[in-house]
Design a protein around this ligand. Sequence first.
Ligand SMILES: [Fe+2]
Ligand SMILES: [Fe+2]
Length: 376
Amino acid sequence: MVCNHETCNHPHIDHAHNVLVLDHHNDHREQTAHALLSFYNVLEYAHTTGVLSTIQRIRPGIMLIVENAPSHGAYELVRLLRLNVKTAKLPVIILLDEATPTSIAAVQECGADGWLAKPFPRSKLIRKISDLLNRSVEQEWQNLPAIQSMALRYTVEAFNNIADTIANGGPIAYDEVSVACEPLIEAVNANNFMGILNGVKNHDNYTYVHSLRVATMLTLFGNAINLPPHEQKILASGGLLHDIGKMAIPHSVLNKPGKLDLDEFEVMKNHVTATIYCLEQDPTIPKGIITIAAQHHEKLDGTGYPYSLGGTKLNDLARMAAIVDIFSAITDRRVYKAAMPAEQALAIMSDEMSHHIDTNLLGMFRERFLDALRTF
Ligand SMILES: [Fe+2]
Ligand SMILES: [Fe+2]
């Protein structure tokens, strides 16, 4: 979505994923905005007039400024931003015409967070933005109660390591995931976990956000029905790992704003078999985790994927995972859609999905989750 700042009043937009692009070259600015479209809400500016007050109002998650922006110029503008308490920590990337020792020194001296020299590949731009957004989000985690902060830090590290391992073709290390999930389980059992769900939502790796939300809510679910600790560990680890095969799905499909067409949906479905393949590379992975991953898109009436399993063929832990996965997907915020309130999502699930999901389990999840929400 490209918003004109004068007319942008989208109530659903989360400010953390607003990227403000300040570039007076119309073609360059539009190219940059276009490259970011499926990932962020892009706010385009051609001039600096009034930009400081508008930044305070719009509160972008990050700002890209072309080096020779008119009137102030990028370096002076960043110095002004750093003087204001509301914008002092706003991540800023300066877009250079050329990376010379002088310009790189100027970037550092003015207090900007990074630079890119034109022309830059789209992947590099997105990576840079994502890293900076995540740096600010992860810094905020330090303000949470220790156990919640640990749950977030351990799981994001394990998740990043899994991504690296998969990229290098190696087997994932279940040990590390298992240890990373311990603070999460402890936080849920102490009913001290809402900061985890809130703290992760602005993170810029959507697969991680979704996986951690599923892991947290699945653990909560297991706790609510008094599952023993080893099964809670399977639920937490299974939640974190259930979609890791999405790392093999092209960005254009994974992050497509809106509905996938039939061909794209076929590609997306492959994430389940890709996940199973990744998990099976480590022989120490408990079977329950593979079952959760394999069956979380199956449906009671046999219309799910990839195996069209139904009824009694569906494992209980996987039935729980299917409920939490759907609930998480509906209540997750994406660039192109607002988060749906929990009560509304649960009502839709019981009214419209009763032939797909286990309604007894849904009732138990509903009760426990709404209880938890009321506590905070
Ligand atoms: Fe999935
Ligand atoms: Fe999922």
